[in-house]
Design a protein around this ligand. Structure first.
Ligand code: MTE
Ligand code: CO
Length: 423
């Protein structure tokens, strides 16, 4: 995806403005409740005067029709063809920490492979005692585990390096999803094949037309990688690698090979395309960082945000967002309303799990004045999410991948939010 970013000047004012909703409508007053007498509660409504749909109307249920706006979206100019493209998770519409399967962002390099489970095979070969081929039925006989992990594409927020660009957290931060996986520890399958002592690296390979491959060090494979077949309790979606994908917790999304067909064991990294010309980080001195596997701690305010303006006017309000770290948990998130002059500790809510998304809230009384909103994540290693300037001081301006800097939303008196850069 690198070329398409080059030469782009900040153009947020012209971009995606349509996504911002209409102005404020002061209906609830400062209390967040309303006086009795509303006809919607005192009068009989149409939906209580007819019989509704019965069971079996939808054997596989869909969201309410009133939620049709909650959907993945792409950015048309970003890639030339949907077959090698990306779309974005609607973070601004979600709450809690789990991404519903139907809105998990998609990144394909050769479109979605359609593989019937009976035709599925996984091979382990290379520096092993016994090269093996597993069918789906074979895999189902290995002990399985459940873990919630975020998957973040290394290119998430990549468009924002040089200046604020895209108007909405869906577009600036939506190359991420957070899902409960059911899968077999990769270690168990490798032990079955018997890794030779010279076997130090793995090359997982996808069965899709892109034949995606990445080199993964043996320690990671033996630690927490999963060969996963379920997401949020049901089969993986085709877009997410049905029937089987690799889960590489906390590490960049590119390594999570979908439609996993083969794992080769070798004694050194392969340096294939996705770890040389792509997914390396060009520094200011012209040198590139070779492997940047771990995803650094990061957070974003999802509401208010450009696609989720404040529509209720001043008074009681809820600010919320998500935070994550590839190195552990997020014990703390700070929030500022004034561009970093004063910081407040946000309220964390929901399960706190290793390498999973965390949810934070800040409940406050809005005085109706303009705000500069930012969030700052602290992870369990003590690392603190940097400002954009701090990150650029180390990484230079040429980078695309691994932008974990603090995001700013400017909110005006009408409650309309915009992507801006202040630090
Ligand atoms: N695996 C295969 N086989 N083919 C691909 O195109 N894309 C990678 C990775 N695994 C890809 C793949 C990239 S760059 C990312 S960010 C994640 O899958 C995206 O996973 P998702 O589509 O579930 O969001
Ligand atoms: Co990616």
């Amino acid at each position: 995806m690198s070329n398409i970013y080059k030469g782009l000047k900040p153009s947020r004012r012209n971009f995606l403005r349509g996504a911002a909703a209409s102005g404020a409508a002061l209906v609830g007053g400062a209390t967040g409740a309303r006086a009795a007498g509303d006809p919607l509660i005192t009068e009989k409504q149409p939906w209580s005067q007819y019989l509704g749909a019965g069971v079996d109307e939808a054997p596989y249920g869909m969201p309410s029709k009133f939620e049709a706006h909650v959907r993945r979206q792409d950015v048309p100019w970003l890639t030339a063809d949907p077959i090698s493209s990306i779309n974005f998770t609607p973070l601004h519409e979600l709450d809690g920490i789990i991404t519903p399967n139907g809105v998990c962002f998609e990144r394909h390099h050769g479109g979605v492979a359609e593989i019937a489970p009976q035709d599925y095979r996984l091979m382990i070969n290379g520096l092993v005692d016994r090269p093996l081929v597993f069918t789906m039925d074979d895999l189902m006989r290995f002990p399985r585990e459940n873990h919630v992990y975020f998957l973040e594409c290394a290119a998430n927020s990549g468009m924002e390096w040089a200046g604020s660009q895209l108007n909405g957290c869906q577009f600036t931060h939506g190359m991420i999803h957070n899902v409960m996986y059911t899968g077999i520890p990769l270690r168990l399958l490798l032990e079955e094949a018997g890794v030779k002592t010279s076997g130090k690296w793995l090359l997982p390979e996808g069965a899709d037309a892109s034949g995606m491959t990445r080199s993964i060090p043996m320690e990671k494979a033996m630690d927490d990688c999963l060969v996963a077949f379920k997401m949020n309790g049901e089969a993986l979606r085709p877009e997410q690698g049905y029937p089987v994908r690799l889960v590489v917790p906390g590490w960049e999304g590119n390594m999570w090979i979908k439609w996993l067909r083969r794992i080769e064991v070798g004694d050194q990294p392969w340096h294939h395309r996705e770890e040389t010309s792509k997914y390396t980080d060009l520094l200011a001195n012209g040198q590139a960082r070779r492997f940047t596997w771990e995803m650094d701690a990061k957070s974003v305010i999802t509401s208010p945000s450009p696609q989720k303006p404040i529509t209720h006017g001043p008074g009681r309000m809820v600010l919320t967002g998500v935070a994550w770290s590839g190195r552990g948990t997020i014990p703390r998130v700070d929030v500022t309303l004034d561009g970093g002059i004063t910081w407040h500790m946000a309220r964390m809510s929901g399960p706190s799990m290793d390498k999973s998304m965390h949810r934070f809230y800040y409940d406050f009384e809005w005085d109706g004045k303009p705000m500069l909103l930012q969030s700052r994540a602290h992870d369990s290693t003590g690392y603190v999410q940097p400002t954009k300037d701090a990150l650029r001081a180390i990484r230079g301006e040429n980078s695309i991948y691994h932008n974990n800097s603090i995001q700013t939303w400017s909110v005006n008196e009408q409650g309309v939010a915009e992507n801006v850069e202040i630090s």
